[in-house]
Design a protein around this ligand. Structure first.
Ligand SMILES: CC(C)(COP(=O)(O)OP(=O)(O)OC[C@H]1O[C@@H](n2cnc3c(N)ncnc32)[C@H](O)[C@@H]1OP(=O)(O)O)[C@@H](O)C(=O)NCCC(=O)NCCS
Length: 144
């Protein structure tokens, strides 16, 4: 798919567009209080890194990372607008995260059925009990 712009410099993602994608991917039933809605992008603003994907200035995907920028990084809230899924946008955002802290360990928690996506990004399943945990090992601790 053409004309996708990726951004790594903006954390204050537009609340309405962010919330809309949370609803579309099934993470929200739309019943948040006004206080929650007004603060919907605060977890992004306070994250170490936010990658977002845009088409014609419309938000179509995002991911946020908490990281010490060296050894440990954790991925949260990766989502792509359903109309734009399966065009490589999710994997592009994950690869852009890893490029920022290339030696780091990467951890993610997901659900059964999504682990295949992360395995294609070189993550390995480390635990599975309904919830699936995957990681890429820290290169600084890995002996060749
Ligand atoms: C999971 C998600 C982010 C993937 O984004 P995407 O842009 O559709 O993924 P991509 O197009 O980059 O897919 C990359 C590869 O992973 C595969 N893939 C995508 N979703 C997958 C899934 N759920 N299970 C297994 N493989 C999957 C694709 O087939 C593709 O394989 P290919 O390279 O051989 O063609 C997206 O489907 C989504 O937003 N889902 C709802 C929210 C969610 O569950 N997020 C994960 C939270 S941990």
């Amino acid at each position: 798919m053409e004309e996708i712009a990726y951004c790594d410099s903006r954390k204050d993602l537009p609340i309405n567009e962010l919330h809309k994608i949370f609803v579309l991917v099934g993470w929200s039933d739309g019943s948040e209080t006004l206080q929650m809605l007004n603060n919907y992008n605060v977890p992004f603003i306070n994250s170490t890194l936010v990658i977002s994907a845009w088409k014609n200035k419309k938000l179509i995907g995002f991911v946020r990372v908490l990281s010490d920028k060296m050894f440990r990084s954790i991925i949260y809230d990766l989502a792509v607008h359903p109309e734009y899924q399966h065009y490589g946008i999710g994997s592009a955002m994950i690869q852009k995260c890893i490029e920022h802290f290339p030696n780091s360990e990467w951890l993610v928690e997901t659900v059964d059925g999504i682990e295949g996506f992360y395995e294609k990004q070189s993550f390995k399943v480390i635990a599975k009990n309904g919830i699936v945990y995957l990681k890429i090992a820290c290169k600084l601790f890995t002996k060749e």
